[in-house]
Design a protein around this ligand. Structure first.
Ligand code: AMP
Length: 178
């Protein structure tokens, strides 16, 4: 029998880990969703349907959980894949931005030749919390003056209001809201 999947089932499949990696953080563990073939398939289908006719040429995915769906989405959309990585991982010349995380501080890098002006970019991360990571990624993408940027998340923590911090002409699509 074919498993019927909906957003409620998706939401229930995400495991909440209290106080990880620090006290006070409610960590949303997506591995419990990803390991289920029907749910994994459904998630990819939802994103593919949403972005199919939008002319996406590059999927920019944020290390590391952004890579899980980012590579598949690039393939599904006939787009190229561009990794945004933690410092020191990309081998060629990079642009770099520091940012605040819900739990700590970090930096992101992108290769200087990763994108071009004519690109229509889909920027993906697994989860939108305070928006700091996304703002840093957008800052990196801005270096290339690309023609359009879409933002896609599997999970969004609405109470942290990351969406409000992302000002500008961005289409933001999230599958699961907490
Ligand atoms: P932020 O920059 O605050 O929007 O945080 C988003 C990034 O941090 C994503 O790459 C997430 O993987 C990770 N993250 C932040 N908060 C959580 C959380 N509560 N559960 C799981 N991942 C989180």
């Amino acid at each position: 029998m074919k498993t019927v999947v909906n957003k409620d089932i998706l939401k229930k499949a995400i495991r909440n880990i209290p106080d990880f990696p620090r006290k006070g953080i409610q960590f949303k563990d997506i591995t419990t969703l990803l390991k289920d073939p029907a749910l994994y398939h459904y998630v990819i289908e939802q994103f593919t349907n949403y972005y199919r006719n939008r002319g996406i040429t590059r999927v920019v995915a944020i290390e590391s959980r952004g890579f899980i769906l980012g590579g598949i989405l690039a393939h599904q959309l006939g787009a190229g894949f561009v990794p945004v990585r933690k410092p020191g991982k990309l081998p060629a010349g990079v642009y770099r931005r520091s940012y605040q995380l819900e739990y700590g501080e970090d930096a992101l890098e992108i290769h200087r030749d990763a994108l071009a002006k004519e690109d229509i970019v889909l920027c993906h991360d697994d989860l939108l919390a305070t928006g700091g990571t996304t703002l840093a990624a957008l800052d990196l993408i801005r270096e290339f003056s690309v023609s359009r940027v879409y933002l896609a998340y599997l999970v969004e923590l609405d109470a942290l209001e990351g969406r409000k911090r992302i000002t500008g002409d961005y289409d933001i699509f999230t599958l699961i809201h907490f």
